[in-house]
Design a protein around this ligand. Structure first.
Ligand SMILES: [Zn+2]
Length: 365
């Protein structure tokens, strides 16, 4: 079966047409032991019609935490949407403890316009927590938090690379926070980057309120990618099991996937000239200080610049658009943790990266 196609394809249109419209997320008003589909009104458009976001609430029969998953906060970053579809198909409401709230497309106007930004050109993930009486994107961001995400006890925010770039499957997380570090570990991505969140991101707003939160970058924009989607679904199930919401047979895939590479920070290598770029490392390739990582030619094909790695690192992501003005992004370089820093992560998270010990209980099965 094609896992991207919902089994209820014949009445899919009717399901959307009759989805309940509400002004805010009120969990207590929703039935336990059921899935609820909602369109939540966030703002009004220029003719006074509501701009709504699609939300699915899986409310278990048993009480427990409220686990939030958000996708497409950047409207062209789509891999998180089928992650939500596939995750929900696997949820058993009889055994679910607590509630999973999935904001399927957080930037609905951007999704419809197939672009990253909100309608006014603003990047929503740079303006949280927004303002109640601000500009249109600020009000939208404020209401997303006020009407939906402020209720979350945990947050997993699903993204991808931006247009013209590709990413590994990687997690950004504040690894100094125990539960956040455990969530990053359990997602089991290719790379984990220690990254205390900015105040202006959705993750930062959640963290500010004491909510453990991670950002998952699921590879490339504007497409559905089967393997990283499946891997992210498994990772979120492991987290749900860890926080006591699902009795899971999902185990740490010690032998299925390589342990994640830990980075203490990351930054972009930028062009110093204008010209056409060729990036040499592939995604998740490691390189040493001094290795050639990119070349740049002018319009006549003459090599005008070679770029060498300023330090040992790993390619978290890179540009695929060859045309680069001066200051264009070439390669997202992850700076690897040394042994002492890895040991610190292991002591905070309680998990060794090679799977030899883990204080998190993940039953085999
Ligand atoms: Zn994004």
């Amino acid at each position: 079966m094609n896992e991207f196609i919902q089994p209820n394809i014949t009445n899919g249109y009717e399901n959307v047409k009759h989805v309940k419209r509400v002004d805010s997320l009120e969990i207590e008003s929703l039935p336990q032991g059921q899935f609820s589909r909602l369109f939540i009104e966030i703002v009004e458009n220029g003719i006074g019609r509501p701009i709504q976001v699609p939300v699915v609430v899986a409310r278990g029969k048993k009480d427990g935490p409220l686990f939030g998953i958000t996708a497409a906060l950047h409207g062209n970053e789509l891999n998180g949407i089928p992650v939500i579809h596939q995750l929900l198909q696997k949820i058993n409401l009889k055994t679910l403890r607590g509630t999973i709230v999935c904001l399927v497309a957080a930037n609905m106007p951007g999704l419809l316009e197939e672009k990253r930004e909100f309608t006014d050109g603003q990047d929503l993930n740079h303006i949280f927590p927004g303002k109640p009486n601000g500009k249109i994107s600020q009000v939208y961001a404020y209401n997303l938090v006020d009407r939906i995400t402020q209720h979350f006890d945990f947050l997993v925010d699903l993204h991808t690379a931006s247009e013209g770039r590709v990413n590994s499957l990687y997690v950004r997380a504040d690894l100094k926070q125990e539960m956040t570090a455990q969530m990053a570990y359990l997602l089991r991505p290719q790379i984990i980057v220690h990254n205390p969140p900015s105040d202006y991101t959705l993750r930062g707003t959640a963290a500010e309120a004491g909510t453990p939160a991670i950002t998952v970058e699921i590879c490339d924009p504007a497409k559905f990618q089967r393997d990283p989607i499946a891997r992210t679904v498994k990772g979120i199930r492991r987290i749900l099991n860890h926080v006591g919401m699902i009795p899971s047979k999902a185990t740490l895939p010690k032998t299925v996937t390589k342990p994640p590479i830990l980075c203490k920070k990351s930054y972009w290598i930028l062009t110093e000239r204008g010209g056409m770029m060729r990036c040499i490392p592939k995604i998740a390739d490691r390189f040493n200080q001094g290795d050639l990582i990119a070349t740049q030619v002018n319009i006549f094909g003459d090599t005008i610049k070679e770029y060498r790695a300023p330090e040992d690192g790993i390619a978290i992501g890179h540009c695929i658009n060859p045309i680069g003005q001066t200051g264009a992004r070439i390669l997202h370089l992850g700076v690897l943790m040394d042994e002492a820093e890895r040991a610190k992560f292991e002591s905070i998270s309680g998990c060794s990266l090679d799977g030899t010990f883990c204080k998190i209980e993940t039953p085999e099965g």
